[in-house]
Each structure stands twice: as C-alpha cells, then as structure tokens.
Ligand binder design. Structure first.
Ligand code: ATP
Length: 294
C-alpha cells in the first residue's frame, strides 16, 4: 500500500490573458502550496477495476468522473500492470473552493501509483498526463511556490519566499471554475498583456494584494466574498485575496498565533468557517507532502 498526502494551493492573484480555442484560458498566477492535505491510500485489489472509497459527501463523485480515478486509469494505461486498484480518499481540502483539491488528488495518484508499481513515467509523459487531467495538476506534481503561465502548467519556481501564515475563509457553497472563467472571459477585452503579479513579490513574501480577474464575477454572484476580504483587512491581514476561481478568501498574518487568534474571533457570514494553514518557503526541503510506501 502507498499513502500520499495531497496539498491544497492558494493563487495569489490571477490574470486572465487570453482565451484559447480549446476553451482553456492563458493565465498568469502565483501558486503557493499549503500545509492542508487530502490523504490517499492506494492498494492493489485482486478484481479488475478502480474503486474509490472514503465516506465522501455528495459533492465528491466516486465514479469515473473523479479526477483521482481518471488519473489512476490513465497511469494504468501508460504503465501497464494489474488493473485492480482501491483508492481510499480522506478529504480535508474543501471542495469546489478554489483550493485545487481534485487536481492535487490527481497528481497524488500519478506519483503514488508510480511508486506502487515500481515503474516510472518519463517527466515529459508525466507532465503531458497532468495537463490532460486539468490545468492545475502539473503544479501539484512538484508543489512549491511558483509562477504559473500558459494554462497554469508552465511553471517557474519562485526563489526567496519565506514561510507564510494564512487564514482561509471557506464558504458553505462552491463555485464552478468553468462558469466563472466563461463569464469573466466574456466581460474582459482579450487578449490583455502585461505582468501585474510577479512585481508584487519580495523577499519578505508577498508585499501587497495581487489582483484576481475572476473575482469580479465571483463577487457579483456572492457579495460575501468582497465583504469577507474587507473584514480580513480590518483585522490586520497584510495581504488578502480570493484563491483561483473562488470562493475561498485568504488573509496573510505575521505568525501562526496571529492567524489562529483571528480565525477564532473574526465575525463571518452564516455558514462560513475559518482554517489556518501555512505555505512553505521556497527553500523548504521537507514540509510533510509526499509519498510513503508500506
Ligand atoms: P479547480 O482546481 O478547478 O479550481 P477547485 O479546487 O475549485 O477546482 P475541486 O475541489 O477540485 O475544486 O472540485 C471541483 C469539482 O470537481 C467538484 O465539485 C467535484 O464534482 C469534482 N471532483 C472530481 N474529482 C474530485 C476530487 N478528487 N475531489 C474533489 N472534487 C472532485
């Protein structure tokens, strides 16, 4: 059996640069991995077929539409080996929240199944498979602070970023990544150029809030997103924003203690809850993520 921890991500700013003929968008964003993990256990089973278990709520499919199952089927096609696999998925990453949970699960299955089979894809095949599964999956193959370009799969690691502490506000509703992109794309004049994100990074981390082109549409659907950002600013967050296509809103605080204090006390709209998580610095060697056999 192999156990894999699949981290969440934050997007610090997200610029939609162009729409592509295949429906994806060219973007520029900063990805940060978070120490907030789904846990996956992969185990061969004698009968053929991929089975996904894990007491998952109604919002997470357990059939072939689950990204973890899709990843397992694709890796099995590429590497061969026994067709029977059981995946136990313990979800901690909020679903449809802009935190990349499904994509991270998919990357975790790619890496975990390679370990389980004792056989590896070439880096090029692994990257191509990640890209086929979704725009964010490539980031999770090697999660570290990075600028993402292309559809998010052209990654440039960022050096010099410190560990940072975040309060995440998770809402009781999810947002469809596709819908938010579609509507944003209709409203923007594309293509648009220019980097607005990389200049906001400095040696002490993220200096100021970076704009997210998807936020206008998401906030129009759910004004709570804007309200919560203002609350986090009022209680002292140095940087705030909405992650990816939302709805999760984050605020940066100077220490774990400061983040935990805010997370306990901040007043939120009905149903919203807070989580505290850190993002590892650029030089962090071991931060808990990874594949373990046995
Ligand atoms: P994105 O990476 O597209 O921004 P997200 O982080 O906002 O995604 P996810 O938690 O990945 O959202 O889930 C988006 C949808 O994908 C869910 O509503 C669910 O139906 C489907 N899904 C498929 N596989 C998974 C998975 N392993 N975990 C969670 N959701 C999954």
């Amino acid at each position: 059996m192999v156990t894999v921890l699949a981290p969440a991500k934050l997007n610090l700013g997200l610029r939609v640069l162009d729409r592509r003929p295949d429906g994806y968008h060219e973007i520029e964003t900063v990805y940060l991995p978070l120490r907030l993990y789904d846990r996956l256990e992969l185990e061969p089973r004698p009968e053929p077929g991929i089975v996904l278990e894990g007491g998952l709520g109604s919002e997470v499919p357990t059939d072939a539409t689950n990204l973890a199952v899709q990843a397992a089927a694709e890796v099995t096609l590429l590497l061969g080996g026994p067709a029977g696999l059981r995946i136990r998925l313990h979800k901690e990453i909020p679903v449809a929240a802009g935190l990349g949970g499904g994509s991270s699960d998919a990357a975790a299955v790619i890496l975990g199944l390679e370990t389980l089979r004792g056989s590896h894809l070439s880096p090029a095949d692994r990257h191509a498979l990640a890209r086929k599964l979704g725009a964010d999956v490539a980031f999770f193959l090697s999660p570290r602070p990075s600028i993402g370009r292309g559809i998010g799969d052209r990654l440039e690691p960022l050096s010099g970023l410190p560990e940072m502490w975040w309060v995440l506000v998770v809402f009781p509703f999810g947002l469809s990544t596709r819908e938010i992109y579609e509507e944003t794309s209709r409203e923007l004049t594309l293509p648009q150029g220019g980097s607005r994100i990389a200049p906001l990074l400095g040696s002490s981390g993220v200096r100021e809030s970076a704009p997210n082109d998807l936020e206008k549409v998401a906030t129009r659907q759910h004004p709570e997103i804007g309200a919560v950002r203002r609350v986090l600013e009022q209680v002292g967050a140095s940087v705030t924003g909405m992650s990816g296509s939302g709805p999760t809103v984050y605020g940066r605080f100077g220490s774990r203690e400061a983040a935990e204090q805010v997370a306990r006390k901040v007043g939120l709209s009905a149903g919203a809850r807070t989580l505290v998580a850190s993002s590892p610095g650029s030089d962090s060697e071991s931060w808990g993520w990874g594949v373990a056999k046995g």
